[in-house]
Design a binder for this molecule. Structure first.
Ligand code: FRU
Length: 606
């Protein structure tokens, strides 16, 4: 073969050029997508060169909050407080970058030293993994996919869909950066996570509030618009409005915000209802330790009407998250107005709880019929910020509560998400000794969760009686229904427990007339000294008593005597409680019926 030197040189040149081009392109491909510049004084800038879906921020919960401002084309578009990791990364939170098409994208970060680990771990990604990593994530209670949740708020039903909005921090699993998170459901048990509904703005964070369906277009945003009223929380708290004309898919903030101001520092959580007799909107606001009533014809202009609270009920802390509903009294054709009033601290077992008042309301003023009584809605430690769905079908009044307590909500042993809601409950009133009380019944939809059931023959308990395997207990999600007939016992009790000796003790004390739940040995309890506790509900013991008990991965809700007394408590067992043992003291009793249902979420989306 004849070798041409000139050709060889040409080929060699070609090869060199090819290699250089390849090298240049590969260099381009590895150009750092983010550049971090230190500005001194614990301030830094992150230049984002390349657009991906998310900027992933590393969080270390034990650290103080850093300020992260997002600047798009020289404009501040959002700011958040993030516990950026300094020594170790607990988890990442995503800042959404989709939809922004910037010429320049810069994050300005304050209060983070140059040595912090976050500078080596901040990343850009097209993925944010929300696969569950938590053993305590509930199965049939709503919890956010990631991040922090407190109050359920703004709940509204429209066209077959239950909308649940909630106090949400997408930038960490502790309280802060309040947004309205959003989820929807057709059956009150399986929830579809939706994008954030309302995000903070220059007027402040988005605190709790409510939604109404404006059927007569009183506000002028359109017939059947969903109108959200919420608190804009900055140095002061003011009330703002946003509306949705696409069934809650997106909200537009009203350009006349804020619509209601006050010199009072605690001025929040607007609940708005339509008062048919006076054909006007009524807003109830929590103001320090009272509730204030306002009226309006168009949802935008509000007139002060009255205040309620002085000398009424419990005042161990601030009043928050009001609701006003007209409930039927069972067995009669009468109705009464009920004012729900969440209180923190000052609950019966410390911290947060829901009290209520029963009385009359004429569109201007609420009058409590029993001013000397304090009435509690739930006798556990983890039932707060209870409010009801607006516009619920079939005249239902469906309530849901945040299943936590401000005493330890930020410390419960989960990281990927924090907090869940109670199961939904249908409310009505019943009379006892001339007084009107709320009955909380688990919403009927919960029966659809029953996947497998077992029924025991009736048995007598004079010392103890064991059930070795609760159906559904391998997953830790079950319901127990039972009817107990007392003979002469002074204490009727049972324990739910696991092989590690972790247990929850539930007991009727027929001498003191109460039902107790003891979670002092329930599993992980040491994260807060306020957590190990025994909670008590007063009862009116008859010879027959019924209980429905809902157990999920980290909660127990007990409904006694058809919802006449309820107790909601968090528990964090290392393994599910899979056994049950009944005991009696001072006499014996019969368990006339005992049914166990394994609970499963069928249309699972979370
Ligand atoms: C109740 C509450 C509300 C407030 C919200 C802030 O838990 O304190 O009063 O709107 O939480 O997240």
């Amino acid at each position: 073969m004849k070798i041409s030197y000139s050709n060889l040189i040409k080929d060699f040149r070609f090869l060199v050029i090819a290699i250089l081009t390849l090298f240049a392109t590969s260099c381009q491909a590895t150009t750092p997508p983010i550049t971090i510049k230190r500005l001194g004084g614990d301030q830094s800038m992150i230049y984002v060169e390349k657009e991906k879906k998310y900027l992933l921020l590393p969080v270390e919960e034990a650290m103080p909050e850093a300020r992260v401002d997002m600047i798009v084309d020289n404009q501040l578009v959002s700011g958040m407080n993030v516990r950026l990791a300094r020594e170790k990364v607990d988890y990442f939170v995503p800042v959404e970058l989709t939809g922004i098409n910037p010429k320049s994208l810069v994050f300005q970060i304050k209060h983070i030293p140059d040595t912090a680990i976050c500078w080596r771990t901040i990343d850009l990604s097209d993925e944010f993994d929300t696969t569950n990593r938590e053993k305590f994530r509930p199965v049939y209670h709503f919890a956010p996919l990631y991040g922090w949740m407190n109050d359920p708020n703004g709940m509204v039903y429209k066209d077959g869909i239950y909308h649940l909005f909630y106090q949400y921090n997408p930038y960490g699993s502790m309280w802060g950066n309040m947004h309205w998170g959003h989820a929807t459901s057709q059956d009150l048990t399986s929830w579809q996570h939706q994008p954030v509904a309302i995000a903070p703005d220059a007027l402040g964070a988005i605190f709790s509030g409510s939604c109404v369906v404006d059927k007569d277009n009183t506000a002028g945003f359109g017939k059947d618009a969903i109108v959200a009223l919420y608190t804009s929380a900055a140095d002061r708290q003011t009330q703002s409005l946003a509306y949705s004309v696409d069934n809650g898919a997106s909200f537009v903030k009203y350009d006349g915000n804020p619509i209601l101001t006050s010199p009072k520092p605690d001025f929040r959580d607007p609940k708005v209802i339509w008062h048919e007799p006076t054909k006007q909107w009524v807003m109830i606001l929590a103001v320090g330790q009272e509730m204030q009533f306002f009226s309006s014809f168009n949802l935008k202009e509000w007139t002060y009407e009255s205040s309620f609270g002085e000398g009424q009920g419990a005042h161990g802390g601030v009043w928050e998250c009001p609701d006003l509903i007209e409930l039927p009294i069972e067995g009669t054709d009468k109705k009464k107005w009920v004012l729900l009033c969440n209180l923190n601290p000052g609950g019966p077992f410390g911290g947060s709880a829901t009290q209520y008042f029963v009385g009359t309301f004429d569109g201007k003023e609420f009058v409590n019929q029993s001013p000397t009584l304090t009435k509690w809605m739930d006798w556990g430690k983890d039932h707060y910020a209870t409010v009801t769905w607006s516009n619920a079908p079939d005249n239902r009044h469906i309530a849901i509560a945040w299943m936590s307590n401000w005493q330890y909500a930020n410390d419960v042993p989960t990281k990927q998400f924090r907090s869940a809601n109670s199961v939904p409950r249908d409310l009505s009133l019943y009379m006892q000794d001339g007084e009107c009380y709320i009955k909380n019944q688990p919403s009927d939809e919960l029966k659809a969760l029953r996947a497998e059931s077992s029924k025991k023959r009736s048995f007598k308990v004079s010392r103890d009686y064991n059930i070795d395997n609760i159906i559904g207990s391998d997953a830790g999600t079950y319901e127990i229904e039972m009817t107990v007939n007392n003979k002469d016992a002074e204490f009727i009790g049972f324990k739910l427990f696991n092989a590690l000796g972790e247990e929850v003790d539930v007991c009727y004390n027929l001498i003191e007339k109460n039902l107790s739940m003891d979670r002092t040995k329930s599993g992980e309890v040491s994260f807060s000294k306020e957590f190990p506790a025994v909670t008590l509900a007063p009862i009116q013991p008859g010879t027959e008593m019924t209980l429905r008990i809902f157990v999920d991965k980290s909660s127990i809700e007990i409904f006694g005597d058809d919802g006449r007394y309820v107790m909601t408590n968090l528990v964090f067992p290392t393994e599910p409680y899979n056994r049950m043992s009944f005991y009696a003291k001072g006499g014996s009793y019969n368990v006339n019926s005992l049914q166990m249902h394994k609970l499963e979420l069928k249309n699972t989306t979370h």
